[in-house]
Design a protein around this ligand. Structure first.
Ligand code: ADP
Length: 221
């Protein structure tokens, strides 16, 4: 399903280039907006595919050992290139290798970061931290956004759950990102959680057990 969208995007880019060459600014502007929508569509299709995989019990993880701080740093830098409204501030201090599916855990971080940007229209900074606490590696994302009222905090990880009210008119979405993220983290034996102060901001985090990696290292010695 992804291939036709990729092809459409490619043709759009060609058309935009042609419009620019012809100095047709208006058409170039429309085409660039179309490209943004195509990117959203790509993400939606990929989320829906993940959702079906989860429901069919077929979301596969490719477990490998990797450096957690490197993954977090790379993911944030990659996303920062497309985000102009907010600055991602990195505080990486886990200094650990963990065992997990690097791409899937990066996907969880991307979900946290895109939400942090989306739900903090008046904020300009997003803080990304990694660390170790109680035998677990922790990754957290803190925004200065609208926050989440306490009664919804447990529910936002449910499938298709979005907070009701006027806000949905301004914030587009389908309510599946956090559901997929929670599934990925749980499948790693980890935990996903949220802390929030309505009107001030939220911190989304996930923790992963370090025990397996320690054992692996002990065996090598
Ligand atoms: P979507 O953003 O597409 O609606 P998600 O599953 O990623 O789906 O999020 C579910 C809901 O949780 C959102 O609709 C929003 O109400 C709330 N939410 C998620 N992240 C944040 C955040 N950083 N600040 C405030 N609300 C959030």
């Amino acid at each position: 399903m992804k291939t036709p969208i990729t092809t459409v995007k490619l043709y759009l880019q060609v058309l935009e280039k042609m419009a620019k060459q012809n100095k047709d600014r208006e058409t170039a502007g429309h085409l660039s907006k179309l490209e943004i929508q195509i990117d959203k569509l790509t993400r939606l299709v990929s989320d829906l595919l993940d959702l079906s995989k989860i429901q069919a019990g077929k979301l596969e993880l490719s477990m490998k050992s990797f450096d957690l701080d490197d993954m977090v740093g790379e993911t944030a830098e990659m996303l920062q290139r497309t985000v102009e409204s907010h600055l991602f501030v990195l505080r990486l201090g886990s200094k650990r290798r963990i065992r997990g599916d690097r791409d899937r855990l990066s996907q969880v971080l991307i979900n946290f970061l895109t939400n942090a940007v989306k739900y903090s229209p008046n904020g300009d900074t997003v803080i990304i931290k990694t660390g170790v606490k109680g035998g677990k590696a922790i990754v957290s994302v803190t925004d200065q956004g609208i926050g989440i009222p306490e009664e919804y905090r447990a529910k936002i990880f449910d499938r298709f759950f979005r907070i009701e009210g006027d806000r949905e008119r301004t914030y587009s979405g389908f309510g599946i990102g956090l559901y997929i993220s929670a599934e990925i983290v749980n499948r790693h034996g980890g935990e996903i959680c949220v802390e929030s102060m309505p009107g001030k901001g939220s911190t989304f985090s996930f923790s992963l057990p370090l025990a397996a990696e320690k054992k692996a290292k002990a065996k090598k010695r």
